[in-house]
Design a protein around this ligand. Sequence first.
Ligand SMILES: [Zn+2]
Length: 495
Amino acid sequence: MTTAAELIEFDAPTRRFLAKKIIERCGLNMDAPEFRAVIEAEHKEMITTGGVRAGKSTSAAAKLYVSIYMYAAILKAGGLYWIIGPDYWQARVEYGYIRAWAEAHHIFIESSQPVDGGWVLTLANGVTVETKSALHPERLGSVAPRAVLVVEAGQCTEDIRNICVERTMENAAPIYYSGTLEDDEQHATWAWYAELAEEWTNEPSEEHGSYGLPSWTNTSIYGSCLAAISQSPSLAAYCPDDDHGTAHSGELHPTIAQARFIMEPREFDRRIAGKPGSLAFKIYPSLETHNRLIPFEGGPQLYAYGGIDYGTEHASALAAVTYHPRIGVELGDTDYREDAWVREVAYNDVDPGDTKWIRDTKVYLERKWKIPGAYWRYDPNEKYMARREGGEAVSGTAGSRDYRMGLCKGRINSDTIFYDSEGPGVPRAYKEAISMRKYKRKDGKMILSRVLEDGQSAIEDAIEGSDGMLRVPPPAKLRVRRQFKRRRPSELKHV
Ligand SMILES: [Zn+2]
């Protein structure tokens, strides 16, 4: 009898051969290269982002079924499988496919399908398939599954992913996530899903991979143009020629061609091609096209602000920003009367929670750059203070971050902020600012991606100090004259 250990000894070509046979026995074919890639992929965690009507339920069920069939019919080794949905109902379509295939392949024993709650499919040789609801994570029990399928994963929170990762550690079991980036019902999609999909598409590894399943790979719909053009004859205008039939399949299908014509490219990529990358919007796009990381060349320092970003998972960072008269610019030319120069950004990567380091670094920057105590900004202020007092951390609101980014963007776009290329830590912060991105969620909400941006975040805090709605007596920015004699910055601030 074959044991589980022997499966591991199957080499990759054998595993692929078996998978292909199983898929064919399910009545599917692997003609579409995108679908074949999904079936053959082997990662600890993998995402399949489908275009609308890409047949993603079938392919997700098929992906899990390859393993189910191997254990129930070939290895006879047993094991537990989970299908997790945003709720119980949404996991039932994939369950239905697997049940039907199992019946056809004579490995079906029984199925329990209560109206409410989870369904349990019992198969030959001790294989069990259970549906689970993301609404009841506590029911993701302690028995370690052999593999997990998360359907409509974009509608589940990241907590579900964390639980899955935890539960699959014991068996080194794979997790398959499936779902659209944007669907017909306009469901909101959680940012983690789109972000990981993009990350894993660009940088696949043994651990992670992400695959796009375009709508047109669904040959039952897009295998031929005949049905579509008989239903709405005007679609034929989108056919490449008069050779209607299977020649106009896949990407050449008139419905797809029409969508490509009508939709914005970004929308087409997301909804039809199932491509995650196009979800991202750079926060500060002009930093890439117009370099602001240059050696310091500002005039006399008028005043300075400090920003503190208290990191928990990432680094803590403190930024010093100094302000200098704009040379050769008449008041009224821009909203800004001074240039802001990012002079120094200090990071603590080793122990971000070290508040003593934060205090010491603050004092150091305060003296070096002449930043008065009232000219420091914390984000979120309460979080840092709370930590210092030993309390619980609270999170800043998304809106306040948007506001700060808007202030920074204003300066970047009017060329009134520069990054001192020789300032300690400043090039790193500049790099962060360039790579900062946002995602548009289906509900229209823009979600900040989770790239590292602690330094830039501290800079934004400082900029809010100078440019934002003021909570302390304002600096004397309206009284600046060019002919100042050398005065100490502390005097200038209170002119
Ligand atoms: Zn045609």
